[in-house]
Design a binder for this molecule. Structure first.
Ligand code: SF4
Length: 392
């Protein structure tokens, strides 16, 4: 055990997984299913029950703790009907206190957001929308199996702004098959023209058991060379900085004050609740993963037991390594004070020799307050993280 807060702090962030999509994108290995309305309805019932179970287990019946952030991810959460959203929002309101300060994000696919739905979400308290745009190039959208086109992205963001959402994120992907620097330029330009407050730029990873993995094995998937993908990433960094965005994490850029606070919980190694099929949570030193299969998930809930498929008790050493691995993703790095609060130890007493050797190599910088990766070494961040894993 540690004297810090890492295992005792109560979670103030909630992730809700909605595992439904209109079709599967060719690169996607997220836990999501193309299914019927009846299946979706049954899932929402189970989700409501799981919310109550999780709440009662960690806070006790009748308690109404305050949430700082809520994140509905998927899948495509906006495939839920307004009625289904309202039922979930009502249950959340019964179990937790949400204030005007609570950040409530919903992931949305551009083709799945109507004016009516956007209005209803805002009314329920959702105050941030994250659209999976991926690219504005029509051919590339088809190549990766997206159902929407670039005009859908523009229309969805316009709707979100018109109904009163001030915080809008777009996800873009880099390193897509056949993608060029000009494509990235066009996508970033069109994204910025929409007046968004946040942009995430992720490199494509070919995941097992996806059509992309199959096509790669068969030799049909032609991805840009590594140097080109690096050039795309650097282009995004430069363009966004020039437009007033700050890069605050390896893949994330925000206007000042518009960082995704929910994700900051993850990167600062803070606890978070998670509900839904395949959702991952971290509470009181236990990392858990729910059943991915909808059938198993619903069976467990019907038996009135938490639908946890796997759980792992995090040791004090592992928690400190996690704090480094996650925190170094942030451009601000790991705060010495926050490390002390979380783990009850001085950062240098735990990782001093490793930090010193990485600073000598130029891969890390440090001052009295924090330790961070200089922006030019973001591309070797995974190598740096690997040095912290298993160090203790
Ligand atoms: S919309 Fe998102 S979750 Fe659904 S298949 Fe595509 S990438 Fe996966």
């Amino acid at each position: 055990m540690t004297d810090g807060l890492v295992f005792s702090e109560s979670p103030r962030a909630l992730y809700v997984h909605i595992p439904f999509c209109s079709s599967k994108c060719f690169y996607c290995d997220f836990n999501s299913y193309v299914t019927t309305e009846a299946v979706r309805k049954a899932y929402v019932e189970s989700l409501l029950n799981e919310l109550t179970m999780v709440h009662n287990e960690y806070f006790g019946v009748g308690a109404r703790p305050q949430l700082q952030t809520i994140f509905f991810g998927g899948g495509t959460p906006t495939l839920l009907t307004i009625d289904e959203f309202e039922r979930i929002a009502k249950r959340l309101g019964e179990l937790f206190v949400q204030t005007t300060e609570t950040e409530w994000t919903i992931e949305a696919n551009p083709a799945s957001m109507s004016l009516k739905k956007a209005q209803a979400l805002l009314h329920m308290g959702v105050n941030r929308i994250s659209f999976g745009a991926q690219t504005f190039n029509e051919t590339l959208l088809q190549v990766i199996g997206r159902l929407h086109d670039a005009a859908d992205v523009e229309e969805s963001v316009r709707i979100a702004h018109d109904v009163g959402f001030h915080r809008v994120n777009l996800d873009l992907m880099l390193g897509l098959p056949g993608q060029t620097l000009d494509d990235v330029d066009e996508s970033v330009t069109r994204a910025l023209q929409l007046g968004i407050s946040h942009l995430s730029a992720y490199g494509l990873k070919v995941e097992e058991n996806t059509p992309f993995a199959k096509w790669q094995k068969e030799g049909f998937l032609h991805l840009p060379k590594e140097e080109l993908e690096v050039a795309m990433y650097e282009f995004v960094q430069t363009r966004l900085r020039a437009s007033g965005f700050e890069q605050y994490e390896i893949s994330n850029f925000a206007l000042p004050g518009e960082e995704a606070r929910h994700n900051l919980h993850y990167w600062k190694n803070k606890p978070y609740l998670a509900v839904g099929a395949g959702a991952h949570g971290y509470v009181h030193g236990l990392r858990y993963e729910n059943e991915r299969s909808l059938v198993k998930y619903e069976e467990r809930i019907a038996q009135k037991v938490r639908p946890i498929a796997e759980a792992h008790v995090v040791s004090a050493e592992e928690a400190m390594e996690d704090t480094m691995m996650l925190g170094l993703r942030l451009q601000s790095g790991v705060s010495r004070e926050e490390f002390r609060q979380l783990h009850g130890k001085e950062l240098d007493d735990v990782f001093g020799p490793l930090i010193k050797s990485l600073c000598e190599r130029g891969w890390l910088l440090q001052d009295h307050q924090r330790v961070w990766i200089p922006a030019q070494y973001n591309e070797v961040a995974n190598e740096i993280f690997a040095l912290f894993v298993g160090y203790l």
